[in-house]
Design a protein around this ligand. Structure first.
Ligand SMILES: [Zn+2]
Ligand SMILES: [Zn+2]
Length: 389
């Protein structure tokens, strides 16, 4: 019997508005869009931010055995969660089938989601109207507190605390449970409790972490978002296994998100910061939750043989220091062979030595772990790093 595996892909992780600033490049600038491939073959998309376009460009139709098309759950109607729809190529292909789920907005009434899509593509906002979308589309209204099934997966919804309303989703698959709770501000006792219920013993709990705890208490109060600290508190209370910080502020640079992640990791064991291209698998043998980061996004690589000293933190949280060789160097990063197993998304201090005209020269760089391949060589792991300064 094969072990059931669920695969969760992050196509967009940025909140509010897309960013193209190079300082936000590592975590990524596309607005919210996630894809869950459930063990039974069901394909579920969570939110339709600009990340949806990238998903559309790499579209692989769900396996024939599911036969049910693609299911798209939309949390709410703010721009950053719907703006990818007109640019999602599979919607313009006749044979594709999509089943959308969202709530009835009190501002729009019946068929809220359909109205939102039509308005988004109305003249003079978009060159073609919705009739150009030839894929089959079905719209279903869901409200907070409901439960339903898609394939063999149980979906539960809860209202979150966000201006004009927002839904949180819990998806229980045979490989584990994913909870998606973005765009939520803590402070409403009833809704806070509801979030904790939704996240109860989740394997992956994706939570809004747009602001710092200080901002949340002062200048950003009432904007409908949360912080890493509130995510940690909810995760602890709900006994969630892994917390994913999500909906990064458009003004948060990669270094700032690194710092939020570091603080969260001091308080909670298993935390990741959502990163465009990151894939989390659930239910695999050994470690039930495994994260994989995208490699460097450029192809400019050179083979190299630099002697290097590497200092960092292991998966188990211990500091280490090791002498090794950096092979394969690109402008953005390198591939390093290590006996230690550094933690994914942690920082390594890499000092490389190369013979120069005036004797040995050393180059000190800060590297950020984006990839770990443990199968590379016996007793060693190949560690991909992006240099951050
Ligand atoms: Zn948002
Ligand atoms: Zn919102």
């Amino acid at each position: 019997m094969t072990v059931p595996i669920a695969k969760l892909s992050f196509w967009g992780v940025r909140g509010s508005t897309p960013t193209v600033d190079p300082a936000t490049w590592r975590y990524g600038g596309n607005t919210p869009c996630l894809e869950l491939a459930a063990p039974d073959g069901t394909q579920i998309i969570l939110d339709c931010g600009t990340g949806l376009r990238m998903l559309g460009n790499r579209w692989a139709a769900p396996s024939a055995r599911s036969g049910a098309g693609t299911h798209i759950l939309i949390t709410h109607y703010h721009w950053d969660h719907i703006q990818g729809v007109p640019f999602f190529a599979p919607l313009y292909v006749e044979d594709n089938r999509f089943h959308f789920y969202s709530f009835r907005s009190k501002f729009l009434g019946r068929d809220s989601l359909k109205q939102v899509f039509e308005a988004q593509m109305a003249v003079p906002y978009f060159p073609v109207d919705m009739s150009a979308m030839s894929a089959q589309r079905k719209f279903q209204e869901v409200a907070g507190g409901e439960s339903f099934t898609i394939g063999e997966n149980k979906i539960t919804t809860r209202w979150l605390n966000h201006p004009q309303g927002c839904l949180g989703f819990r998806i229980e698959t045979s490989a584990g449970t994913v909870v998606y709770a973005t765009d939520n501000e803590p402070g409403d006792a009833k809704l806070d409790e509801s979030l904790r219920e939704l996240a109860k013993r989740a394997d992956i709990f994706i939570n809004d972490a747009q602001f710092t705890p200080e901002q949340l208490e002062t200048t950003k109060k009432g904007w409908g978002h949360s912080s890493w600290l509130e995510g940690v508190k909810a995760a602890r209370h709900a006994e969630a296994k892994t917390l994913v910080l999500f909906h990064h502020d458009p003004d948060s640079t990669d270094r700032m998100v690194d710092s939020l992640l570091r603080q969260a990791r001091d308080e909670f064991d298993s935390v990741f910061a959502a990163s465009e291209g990151m894939v989390i698998t659930l239910g695999g043998p050994g470690d039930p939750v495994q994260a994989h980061m995208p490699g460097t996004r450029t192809a400019l690589r050179r083979e190299a043989q630099f002697h290097a000293k590497v200092c960092g933190v292991t998966e188990g949280g211990k500091e280490f220091e090791e002498e090794t060789v950096v092979s394969e160097l690109s402008l953005q990063g390198g591939l390093i062979t290590l006996k230690h197993l550094p933690r994914l998304q942690s920082e390594l201090q890499v000092t490389m030595e190369a013979p120069g005209a005036d004797g040995v020269q050393s180059m000190k760089l800060r590297g950020y772990v984006v990839r770990i391949d443990t199968a590379a060589e016996k007793g060693h792991s190949a560690v991909g790093v992006v240099f951050t300064d």
